[in-house]
Design a protein around this ligand. Structure first.
Ligand SMILES: Cc1cc2c(cc1C)N(C[C@H](O)[C@H](O)[C@H](O)COP(=O)(O)OP(=O)(O)OC[C@H]1O[C@@H](n3cnc4c(N)ncnc43)[C@H](O)[C@@H]1O)c1[nH]c(=O)[nH]c(=O)c1N2
Ligand SMILES: CCCCCCC(=O)C(=O)O
Ligand SMILES: [Mn+2]
Length: 493
């Protein structure tokens, strides 16, 4: 006996008929899912399906799967499922397609663009039960990770091998979710983003087809064999299919790591320093800009005591000799831009505390006004245009009167302007973030360097790539997902 109800939050069923057919379709799908696939213990929620441990529709579980870290709050998924194998992902996809029910891949829910938020009746497919690390090839510096494996879990697993995976969003995100959003982090300036560190992907399409984007077992560092479907799935945000394993490029752990912070009288002094460091081709490992508001946030949240002024957080990797040379060159450039003496993280503990504070900045910002939410832009511009882009954003932020700040991965030309969103300011925030995205596009950059388009940046994508290219993107999406069931409403409307 299936006891089954669904919380319908916000859906607009104009009359009883579509509502009843929704219920019938979802009930049949839930029954099919709970009968046809393996079981995983889940809590029995308010109205979960009795008798099936695999599928849930309880309000609590559906609520957990209705949002990520962004301010986007939409609807609850009709059903949540936890497949335990690639075969089950394929089975779930086939059943959802048979019932014409939209599917949303769910990783660790740390996205910043509403990528997991349902836009209507849908099944949220939580992939964290697939959490194996396999095929580690130490001599070739590559490894395979399933979608439940997070970046910290992988590096913990690698801790004694002398290798590591450097792409480091502030969150402990799933590696396949990071592939899906084209993620990046503080190490990208030296080690690249997900685009440069994924060698192959196993994916499951909406019709249940299982394939490998570079061909099964391919793990070479480069290839010119046919179209690059691997890079096509990187940044696809769950709209082309499920990523059910990623073959990743690993790097040697640096012989020596040195971290320091340097403060500046103005944000432009800091930005100019960053630009000159890059233009001098100093192989810096991390260079993160934090304005005075960001420093205030990290001091409060992470119990640091930096002077409340713009800073660069810096890290150097290499041998004693090479890091020494990098430090001298960087310190000279900083000095020419009124930078302070470097304040060093002398111990491993100080190093970890400094970078954890940087990684936690999103939470630190939201702690400014407990209970409020925040939004962050994600512009990325050619490094030579960084000063203009950041001063434009800083001026807009000042004029808006909103509480916010500027920080980010200036080594990539990628920075975030964040604002605290109070209820009555949504329109103001929207126009500010849009203006920042448009300015980035005007400067030859992009409205999203790493978080993806999700829901909120769909209008900007059209402006950024143009009508014809957008049309081709939609044609590609249609060839992978002809019924439009994979994460509808994301990337483009
Ligand atoms: C504190 C903090 C700090 C940061 C960030 C977040 C937070 C909370 N992020 C953003 C976020 O961590 C990043 O976008 C991750 O790639 C999201 O991975 P999740 O597994 O959480 O994806 P999540 O579950 O949120 O899903 C994100 C999108 O990917 C899709 N998806 C997820 N798993 C999939 C799979 N297996 N197959 C297909 N599609 C899948 C989803 O459908 C959705 O569209 C970030 N980002 C960044 O790039 N740089 C940064 O520095 C930071 N910093
Ligand atoms: C306070 C703004 C944080 C931006 C979102 C998280 C992120 O990308 C980061 O670099 O941190
Ligand atoms: Mn970032």
């Amino acid at each position: 006996m299936l006891l089954f109800t669904t919380k319908i939050v916000g859906w607009k069923f104009q009359s009883l008929k579509p509502l009843l057919s929704y219920y019938k379709n979802t009930y049949c799908l839930a029954r099919a899912l709970s009968v046809n696939v393996n079981v995983v213990e889940v809590e029995n929620g308010l109205a979960s399906i009795v008798g099936s441990k695999y599928v849930a529709t309880s309000h609590a579980i559906c609520e957990q799967h209705s949002h990520d870290e962004s301010y986007h709050r939409h609807l609850l998924p009709s059903i949540v499922v936890w497949p335990q194998s690639v075969g089950e992902v394929s089975e779930v996809a086939k059943l959802c397609t048979a019932h014409k029910m939209p599917m949303i891949p769910f990783g660790t829910g740390t996205g910043m663009e509403g990528g997991v938020a349902p836009m209507g009746p849908s099944v949220s497919i939580n992939l964290t039960k697939l959490n194996e690390i396999t095929d580690l090839h130490l001599d070739d510096f590559d490894v395979k990770a399933q979608p439940g494996v997070t970046r910290k879990q992988l590096n913990y697993d690698l801790r004694s091998t002398g290798l590591w995976f450097p792409v480091d969003p502030g969150s402990d995100a799933s590696l396949c979710g990071m592939a899906a959003t084209g993620a990046s982090g503080t190490n990208a300036v030296r080690y690249g983003t997900m685009k440069q560190n994924v060698l192959n992907l196993q994916v499951v399409l909406a019709d249940g087809t299982i394939l490998h984007t570079a061909g099964e077992k391919r793990r070479c560092k480069k290839s010119s064999a046919g179209y690059n479907l691997t890079e096509l799935f990187i940044g696809s945000e769950g709209t082309l299919g499920f990523i059910t394993s990623a073959t990743l490029r690993l790097h040697g752990q640096p012989e020596m790591t040195k971290s320091a912070v340097c403060s500046f009288p103005t944000i432009m002094d800091a930005v100019n320093t960053a630009m000159q460091i890059l233009q001098c081709s100093i192989p810096i490992a991390r260079i993160e800009l934090l304005d005075e508001t960001s420093i205030k946030a990290v001091n409060n949240y992470s119990h640091l005591t930096h002077p409340e002024m713009p800073h660069l957080f810096l890290e150097f990797h290499g041998s004693a000799a090479s890091t020494g040379e990098q430090v001298d060159q960087t310190a000279e450039i900083a000095g020419l831009n009124s930078g302070s003496e470097f304040k060093w993280a002398e111990t491993q503990e100080e190093h970890n505390h400094l970078w954890q504070a940087r990684h936690d900045l999103w939470y630190a910002v939201k702690a400014f006004k407990p209970g409020s939410t925040a939004i962050s832009t994600d512009a990325c511009v050619p490094v030579s245009a960084l000063a203009e882009a950041i001063s434009h954003s800083a001026a807009l932020l000042d004029e808006s009167g909103l509480i916010g700040g500027i920080l980010g991965h200036v080594g990539d030309g990628n920075y975030h302007c964040f604002v605290i969103v109070e209820d009555d300011q949504a329109k103001l925030v929207e126009s500010l973030t849009k203006a920042i995205g448009k300015k980035a596009i005007e400067l030859g950059g992009t409205c999203t360097g790493e978080h993806g388009i999700g829901i909120g940046k769909r209008p900007l994508l059209k402006e950024e790539v143009g009508e014809k290219t957008l049309k081709l993107m939609k044609a590609i999406k249609c060839s992978f997902d002809p019924l439009g069931l994979m994460n509808p409403g994301k990337v483009f409307s």
